[in-house]
Design a protein. Structure first.
Length: 267
């Protein structure tokens, strides 16, 4: 056994006939593997609310394509369907979710660690993600990656149909788990067009720069798909007119210098 970066094996084009993707490139190493073991962390995410086993498979496509998809699929619904397309190309044989030290709040870039003391494992990644979401109080449909994967028959997303061994599910509930402020995206996506949709759009979180934390590393500039992130002197700056709120800048910042912030008038 040896540890390798997936980039070393190159990527091959695959026909997936997915909901969003048709011919994405995936890791050749993954494509040729006899067994795939998926090892995600239990954490929140500014775009998908929660990220577990399904989103972890996003790592099997080229990094440039990942950045491109962030800018191309702006609606959470499209982005999460796209994640389902990738997951369907390489369904893991076993998924083990590390929730010993989980992340809550503004994950994955500015979240806080939370000691849950959990390790969850199973052959059905969709079911595992559904269980994780249920533990932190999310309802069916709140995590679109799980919901869509269930609807597509990629696994079981209905908690009532999932057999949980080893622990009593009710004993695992975490009632005060902090979700990202971008959880309002779920409501915004389901809201009807018109005034309600407009209001939710206005209060939707946007990336903000905490200047005292910025090291001018430029990672946000490279990650931004629209050019909204730029260097202004010794700090990063976000152009609100160009920003599509994909939160790529927040995701790549390792200094907590960029965070999802609500407008001052939002609740």
């Amino acid at each position: 056994m040896k540890l390798v970066n997936l980039r070393q094996g190159g990527f091959i084009e695959r026909n997936c006939s997915g909901k969003i993707l048709k011919n994405p490139y995936i890791s050749k190493i993954v494509s040729e593997a006899d067994v795939i073991i998926n090892l995600p962390k239990f954490k929140t995410h500014s775009l998908t609310v929660f990220t577990g086993g399904i989103k972890n498979m996003y790592g099997i496509i080229p990094s440039g394509q990942r950045r491109s998809f962030h800018g191309r699929y702006l609606r959470s619904e499209d982005f999460c369907q796209m994640l389902g397309d990738i997951y369907a190309l390489a369904k893991p044989h076993l998924t083990i979710i590390d929730g010993i030290m989980a992340m809550e709040g503004e994950g994955p870039g500015s979240g806080k660690t939370r000691n849950l003391g959990l390790v969850l494992a199973g052959r059905d990644t969709v079911a595992l993600d559904a269980v994780c979401a249920g533990i932190i109080g999310l309802k069916s449909g709140d995590v679109l990656t799980t919901r869509y994967a269930g609807e597509r028959g990629l696994g079981i997303s209905d908690l009532s149909r999932i057999d949980i061994a080893g622990e009593i599910f009710e004993d695992l509930a975490v009632n005060d788990f902090k979700l990202p402020v971008t959880f309002t995206r779920t409501a915004m996506n389901r809201a009807p067009h018109g005034p309600v949709k407009y209001i939710l759009e206005q209060i939707s979180p946007r990336p903000r720069v905490k200047k005292k934390n910025c090291t001018a590393c430029g990672k946000c500039v490279k990650a931004c798909p629209t050019g909204a992130a730029a260097m202004a002197g010794k700090n990063a700056a976000i152009d609100a007119k160009l920003c599509i709120r994909c939160m790529c800048c927040h995701e790549v910042c390792r200094f907590n210098a960029i965070y999802p912030g609500r407008p001052f008038f939002a609740p």
